[in-house]
Design a protein around this ligand. Sequence first.
Ligand code: SF4
Ligand code: SF3
Length: 534
Amino acid sequence: MTASEHLMFCYQCEQTAGCTGCMGRIGVCGKPADVARVQDELTGALIELACVADEDALPESTWQLAIECLFATMTNVNFDVDSLYDLLDRVRAEQGRAVFTHHPDSEVPIIADYDMNRIWDADEDVRSLKSLILFGIRGMAAYAYHALVLGFAKDEVNRFFIRALRALAADDLDAGELLALALEVGEKNLAVMEMLDRANTETYGVPEPTEVSLTVERGPFIVVSGHDLYDLQQLLEQTRGLGINVYTHGEMLPAHGYPRLKAYPHLKGNFGTAWQNQQKEFAGIPAPVLFTTNCLMPPRPSYVDRVYTTEVVSYPGLMHIDEERDFSPIIEQALELGGYPQDMPFAGINGGTTVTTGFGHDAVLAQADRIVEAVKTGAISRFFLVGGCDGARPGRNYYTEFVRQTPQDSIVLTLACGKYRFNDLDLGTVAGLPRLMDMGQCNDAFGAVQVALALAQAFACDVNELPLSFVLSWYEQKAVCILLTLLHLGVRGIRLGPTLPAFLSLNILSYLVEHYGIAPITTPEEDLQTILQS
Ligand code: SF4
Ligand code: SF3
């Protein structure tokens, strides 16, 4: 059966049905078939827009729209047909304008949207490579969006979005050309992550190591989830002096490390763990929750009246806060609900009551001399980068066990929501340094790359010759663009789990294994043994 004969076709995330594709009435993430179809239509319309657009004549609004649409089609962001149709209308209007700019004397023709089934039903290697490119630019668009909100953009990146979208429609690109483009997604994503790093640090200061409480104090509070620091800061401003405390959730945790955010005394701590536990963790809380980005799950009736979305996040029936960011409805509800009558001590998944974040690249590299010395004397034997996107699959306990079993003389760097598997463990110190360092959100993979490159320079060797191992978990499309960035940098031997992407064909997978040594995770014991003997 071809993709077009199914009610929907989506295989962009790790939890895709049967490790093959979601094709029925509803995806594993809760995305209904009609939403999947509009997302395909929207992507097709974007591809068509890219085909008729003249990059040199595009207004700022077109780049922004393309970024917004790509972001809206990521996993766990937008489940709302109406808001997706609004985006589709805007893309069609933009198509008309783009054609008109090209041919000012002609009537504006109606442009047929590119049919995404042409990709889903293509030869499996072409489909695989085009999927890598599309899912990669979706993840990259999310980062570009956060930077844009803070006033940062790059022409080179904007142009690349258009070029990559155009390539998806091309029938004359061979596997070699598509592979080169996929690696270029990795290169451009590095530029986007660098831009977002600059946007965040210039706006909120350079992150510093910060201990964060998991206890929710008595009284009214609001929980903020997602990656967008600007939304958090606006909420902190609007709740100033109102007696409402604010708690981060999921990927918002690293906000505590930024000096200009931690300066708000009512930014109190972190609530809950990674996104996949939200339906359990939000069930009884006497407070509203704001989602600024992924990962939103279909809300349960027990808390549906307390969840708010903003920016490109949308879910039918949930209250949406528009770009004016007037958070009054959330503030009023927080005051009405009143929070807990006494302090509520929550714990991480391993029972810890605090976590530490804020080890950005500046904080880690401030210790560079000590780190280099400790490696030379043998006090530090190895670095592990363990992290990435988390998910619900049971096999993900691997990451907790892996970190638990890392040698006492090793350092574990982590980032993204995968860290909740182990960030409340007390791993102690080595050579006067904490053994576990949380570098931030998934986009802070940029920082991890900076640390790796600085160490390679200090030891005058290649990154692959460092005593550094990458043990990553993936779930959605941000992980795809980060993986492509690591491949673009020539990083070899990445261990990836809990399963390999369904969109990698056998040939493409063999190529990645042969050229980059990518390996699926096995067991913590076996992988550690292999790594430590290498
Ligand atoms: Fe399935 Fe993932 Fe697509 Fe959701 S995003 S429909 S779970 S593949
Ligand atoms: Fe997590 Fe969704 Fe990816 Fe930013 S919040 S890492 S999965």
